[in-house]
Write a protein that binds this ligand. Structure first.
Ligand code: GLU
Length: 312
């Protein structure tokens, strides 16, 4: 076993006993997650993958779908059309905040929070009501290098209880960000969040972004290279919601979390990192995941500007 694989196993051991946080409960189906499930994977831009823990256990993407669907919207609609409806400003608010819609411009601040992501999905749906689901399916299939599946129980659970996202969608309709077909947009959004995958595959999705949008194993271009900087910049500034500053300071990489416990970080040109562990910290990120990413970034010197936030 390589030194890198040994280090991943060491990190897994270091944090397996951490008892911070609980799996997300506001989507009842996610509350059933095993709090001890824990995996780490690193995929290099040449396609080489190393893992520790349960790296072949499947879970749902949740908000990690957001940067990838943002890339699809840029490809389909172009930067200008997307920017007219969704900004690029970080928010000091939680992932499901509504406050920015009451601000003077009445637009979501960025595509990484729920309001912005529902708007992006609404733009894709509005541009091609019949075709949007298929475009998303093909896009995720390119990143996963296989046909995709959504977890129907998670979709149903989110749609039955997602009153807050429904309220966000209605506000987006009120401010003319999306069209009338609110339920169809929410269904499509829940489906993108419920795509299932393993930690190994998640690392390869991150590595695809590290590799200019080209999947390291299949060589397929999952998103045009010219939009990768948009995706990575938004992940860097907004991917971790109201702890984006702390994340940038301690990890120093574009990142994105999901409430099922998945977390990715991208080291441009070099590798994609992924962790899965369902218990969440108070910002809604995997508690073990954030620690693993910080330790990996420091140990391997991955921070984009060097590693800040270290003792001394
Ligand atoms: N499907 C979840 C929601 O919209 C995703 C949130 C997240 O992963 O942060 O509430």
């Amino acid at each position: 076993m390589s030194r890198d694989a040994d280090f991943l196993r060491e990190l897994h051991q270091r944090y397996a006993s951490l008892r911070e946080g609980r799996p997300a409960e506001y989507i009842p189906e996610l509350a059933k997650a095993n709090p001890d499930a824990f995996a780490i994977a690193v995929a290099r831009a040449d396609g080489h993958v190393e893992c520790a823990g349960d790296a072949d256990v499947t879970f749902t993407l949740q908000s990690i779908s957001k940067p990838f669907v943002y890339g699809l919207a840029l490809e389909r609609l172009g930067r200008e059309a997307v920017r007219r409806k969704v900004g690029v400003e970080p928010t000091g608010e939680a992932f499901n905040s509504i406050v920015e819609l009451e601000d003077d411009v009445h637009l979501p601040y960025n595509p990484m929070i729920n309001s912005g992501a529902i708007a992006i999905t609404g733009l894709l749906h509005g541009a091609d009501p019949e075709g949007a689901a298929g475009q998303m399916r093909d896009m995720f299939a390119a990143y996963l290098a296989r046909p995709i599946q959504a977890d129907g129980a998670v979709v149903a659970s989110e749609l039955a209880t997602g009153h807050r996202n429904r309220a966000i969608a209605h506000l987006l309709r009120h401010f003319n960000v999306i069209g009338d077909d609110i339920e169809a947009v929410l269904q499509l959004y829940s489906r993108q969040c419920s795509v299932t995958l393993t930690t190994r595959e998640l690392a390869l999705m991150a590595a695809t972004l590290a590799n200019g949008g080209r999947h390291p194993v299949t060589g397929l271009q999952a998103v045009p290279q010219r939009y990768v900087p948009d995706i990575l910049t938004l992940m860097f500034t907004c991917g971790m919601y109201d702890s984006a500053g702390e994340w940038a300071y301690s990890v120093g990489l574009p990142g994105k979390s999901g409430v099922s416990g998945g977390l990715i970080a991208v080291v441009p040109g070099r590798m994609g990192l992924a962790v899965f562990s369902p218990p969440l910290d108070r910002w809604g990120h995997s508690a073990r995941g954030v620690r693993v990413m910080r330790d990996l970034s420091v140990a391997w010197g991955l921070g984009l500007f060097g590693n800040s936030g270290q003792p001394g």
